[in-house]
Design a protein around this ligand. Structure first.
Ligand code: ARG
Length: 460
């Protein structure tokens, strides 16, 4: 045998080119799967008892050896050898070094094709749980902030132009519901992912008696996968998670953008805590919102990982191909960056200072233009006509260089006789939002309802 270094070297008479080794090894990143791979090996050793490969005692011996490997590896006492192309071959080597022929039997009925995808599902399940916790946490921060700002009214903008007075709680609750959908998508993807491929072999299924249901339960899966061809060949669960990450990052990126604008010198609606800001190496006065800028920047990276996952799968045949090894770095990175970004967003939001005065001072009387039109509608005028009337008044106010709320009653009446003195009562922020107690609206009662709903959803 000319290629004795390789677990698959038997039929080879030449050594692998060293550049090819470097090119093909995945150990640098798939060692993240170490703990999952040990668990899978332990469970597989137990399952091989029924197949007659190990006695109970031998399986127990293998289990102990694997536990020692885990302890030593996590203590940093094991080093990879140039033979270890991935974490699966490294674990098999360590096991065989410690248990001789017993270790050499562990790969019975198994392929790295079903092993790697089982490890990956276990690992990503754990990452999904971390992400869910991070999302719950940021939702709690948002809800607590909303609770304190039900009566903080700020100029809600559309097209980045003043639109209507809105409760600040309404804004924060919008984010809670967006992230709730992300969390639901995540849990949905996790549930679909939680089936066990082990026993699928390379493509056709293992030719040994294995109780897959029992094995699945032992490894924390809901059930075994239904078809070995499918289980070893698809990575749709990876893509689903990549999409969930990309969608979360999209949401976070937009929140980041909002807060960057709100914290700018022009508005100063909010002040970002120094713990989440950085200075400039040149300009001593600077305090920059780098935490938020990095979240926005990392969203590009995570969206890129989704595109990588999709593109990876589009042209390959339905079975294991080595291309599939390229699934790991994108999804590892996307999960890690998304969890971090959500955690950083929690930190930014829980320390942010909200400047109520600046928000109130920024309320332009033109924000009530819709309320003025609605006033005419209540007096019987068709809305389209009322829209035109108020448009003329806005233009008149602009010409006179006064606020809409400071136009003379005669001016109002010159455009429509329906106006009376009480129109000036429209220009009140709280009264304006409270005309919108419709469910889902920005009125304070509606917000109280949304808060109850949000709390239920977060704790569900
Ligand atoms: N490291 C490989 C991967 O991640 C393991 C599978 C190798 N299988 C094979 N048939 N060459 O996909």
């Amino acid at each position: 045998m000319k290629n004795p270094d390789k677990i698959w070297g038997g039929r080879f008479s030449q050594k692998t080119a060293s550049l090819m080794e470097e090119f093909s090894y995945s150990i640098a990143y798939d060692q993240k799967l170490f703990v999952a791979d040990i668990a899978v090996n332990k469970a597989w050793a137990q399952a091989l008892v029924q197949a007659g490969i190990y006695t109970d005692q031998e399986a127990a011996q293998i289990g102990e050896a694997l536990e020692c490997i885990q302890k030593d590896f996590l203590a940093g006492e094991l080093t990879f050898s140039p033979r270890d192309e991935d974490i699966h071959s490294a674990n098999e080597r360590w096991l065989t070094e410690r248990s001789g022929d017993l270790g050499a039997r562990i790969h019975t009925g198994r392929s790295r094709n079903d092993q790697v995808v089982t490890d990956l599902r276990i690992y990503l399940r754990g990452q999904a749980d971390l992400l869910r916790d991070a999302l719950c946490n940021v939702q709690q921060v948002l809800t607590a902030t909303a609770q304190q700002h039900i009566e903080t009214i700020f100029p809600g903008q559309t097209h980045l132009r003043q639109a209507q007075p809105v409760s600040l709680a309404h804004y924060f609750l919008a984010l809670v519901f967006q992230l709730q959908r992300d969390k639901e998508r995540l849990l949905d993807a996790r549930q679909r992912m939680n089936k066990m491929p082990l026993g699928s072999g390379a493509i056709a299924g293992a030719a040994f008696t294995i109780d897959r249901l029992k094995l699945a339960k032992e490894l924390g899966f809901d059930a075994p996968t239904e078809n070995s061809y499918d289980a070893t060949s698809d990575r749709d669960f990876v893509i689903e998670l990549l999409y969930v990450c990309a969608q979360i990052m999209l949401h976070l990126s937009r929140i980041a953008e909002d807060l960057i604008i709100w914290s700018s010198e022009a508005l100063r609606f909010v002040e970002i805590n120094e713990q989440y800001a950085t200075g400039s190496s040149m300009m001593p006065q600077k305090k920059n919102p780098d935490s938020l800028e990095l979240i926005r920047g990392k969203s590009a990276r995570v969206i890129g990982q989704l595109v990588t996952g999709l593109t990876l799968m589009k042209g390959i045949p339905t079975a294991y191909v080595r291309d599939l090894q390229e699934d790991k770095e994108p999804v590892f990175d996307a999960m890690q960056q998304t969890i971090l970004s959500v955690q950083i967003m929690s930190g930014v939001l829980s320390t942010i200072v909200i400047n109520r005065q600046k928000m109130t001072a920024a309320l332009d009387p033109a924000l009530y233009a819709t309320d003025v039109a609605d006033y005419l509608v209540r007096k019987g005028m068709p809305f389209r006509k009322a829209h035109g009337v108020v448009g003329s008044l806005v233009s008149m106010a602009e010409k006179q260089q006064v606020a809409l709320s400071k136009l003379d009653l005669h001016d109002y009446q010159s455009i429509s006789p329906l106006f009376e003195q009480d129109l000036y009562l429209l220009f009140d922020p709280l009264a304006s939002v409270n005309r919108r107690n419709i469910s889902g609206g920005t009125g304070t009662q509606s917000i109280q309802q949304q808060l109850l709903l949000a709390e239920d959803l977060i704790n569900a």
